[in-house]
Design a protein around this ligand. Structure first.
Ligand SMILES: *Cc1c(COP(=O)(O)O)cnc(C)c1O
Length: 388
């Protein structure tokens, strides 16, 4: 059996999305900037897709800039806003648990003369709004905080964060890549100035994303060239990606409630069964405010990488927070920021459910995990230590 429980990493393209894209790989090949029939028919469809993507977050189509993905949208928002506001100052506020697309942009800014405040989180991955409020300075230009965490699924109080930023007269960017398609997003009531989303996290192809930029707000461009995207992002459009993104956004909106209930039930069953069958398991994240599809657990005394290897042998695709960087296995910065011990962070596995998953797959995973953990714990020096 093959089970894909890694939807926070990427998702399959839905068949309806594939069908929507197909003509744009064959007869509808025009460049949307061309003024003849071949371009015009494509430009019309790109506009329709822009409307669908805008509708998913209750934005105006003009407020959507298509990018090459969530990472580019994050970079454009942060670098672009700081660049236009450079007279005001060089202080940027973000959190300690952001996706690398924001985190490493912040680190790059630090190396280039900016001051960055990384707001700390508690054991459930929540920021302290009073601490946020106290971190503003006269030279603060931008706050960037994610909607939902990609590793733990923890959902931030975005509207409140936006309200506080607004009170201080500071711009607010939200990385909503994991939330889009899973939770309702309404930019008209969230106090956000910019918001990033990505196609491949919601069953569209990889390599397309969007940045919502509130009407009237100017941000510096990352990519200079032609006049595409109303002059805000040069380069011939990724038509295939954009059309797919539009159809995926439309479907996500229609099915959101149904998917939410279905994924919550499957995830909860998985969580409950793991906790019942296996001792010494920690659930990482904020259970009260969490994405419906995400379960992050630490199996104490064992390594996440080992678990993933055995899961993979059983046909199960999941992921761990650890990233292999420069030969050393660094535990997840998100879990460490939440105060987990290194060993527990190392023992973490993320299961993220989505399109195509069903109860039979959950049952299969529940059956496969206990013997894997038992086997690894038998070999682990940490088990021996813990059990004296
Ligand atoms: C996946 C992801 C990104 C990056 O999006 P890409 O389209 O892969 O560049 C950014 N932020 C979060 C929270 C993500 O999960």
């Amino acid at each position: 059996m093959r089970v894909y429980f890694d939807h926070n990493a990427t998702t399959p393209v839905r068949p309806e999305v594939f069908e929507a894209i197909r003509p744009f790989l064959t007869e509808k090949f025009g460049n949307p900037s061309s003024l003849h029939w071949a371009g015009e028919e494509v430009a019309i469809e790109v506009d329709k897709a822009r409307k669908e993507v805008a509708d998913l977050i209750n934005a105006q189509p003009k407020e959507i800039v298509f990018t090459a993905g969530g990472s580019e949208a994050d970079n454009m928002a942060i670098k672009g806003a700081l660049a236009v506001k450079k007279e005001k100052g060089k202080h940027f506020i973000t959190t300690a648990v952001e996706h690398p697309a924001v985190r490493n942009t912040a680190k790059w800014l630090q190396k280039n003369g900016y001051d960055v405040t990384f707001l700390q989180v508690d054991s459930r991955g929540r920021i302290d709004l009073d601490e946020l409020d106290a971190s503003f300075r006269d030279d603060t230009v931008l706050v960037s905080a994610m909607f939902a965490n990609n590793e733990t699924g923890t959902v931030f109080p975005v509207k409140e964060i936006g309200r506080i930023a607004k009170e201080h007269g500071v711009l607010f960017h939200c990385d909503a890549v994991q939330a889009a398609g899973k939770l309702p997003i309404d930019v008209s009531s969230l106090n956000v100035d910019m918001l990033s989303i990505s196609g491949h996290k919601l069953n569209a192809p990889k390599g397309v994303g969007a940045l919502f930029i509130r009407r009237g707000l100017k941000v510096e461009h990352l990519i200079h060239g032609g006049h595409q995207e109303r002059g805000r992002r040069a380069g011939t459009e990724n038509v295939v990606g954009i059309i797919g993104f539009g159809e995926a956004a439309r479907l996500a909106k229609v099915e959101m409630k149904k998917d939410y209930d279905k994924l919550t039930a499957l995830r909860n069953k998985l969580e409950k069964s793991i906790l019942e069958k296996i001792p010494d398991v920690l659930v990482n994240g904020d259970k009260e405010n969490r994405l419906p599809n995400t379960l992050n657990v630490s199996f104490r005394y064992v390594e996440g990488e080992g678990i993933l290897l055995f899961l993979n042998e059983a046909g199960i695709a999941a992921s761990s927070g650890s990233a292999c960087t420069s030969g050393t296995l660094d535990p997840s910065h998100v879990l460490l920021a939440m105060g987990l011990a290194h060993e527990d962070a190392h023992g973490s596995v993320r299961f993220s459910l989505g399109y195509g998953n069903d109860e039979a797959q959950v049952d299969y995973v529940i059956e496969q995990i206990p013997p894997i953990i038992e086997r690894l714990r038998k070999m682990s020096p940490l088990t021996a230590k813990a059990r004296g």
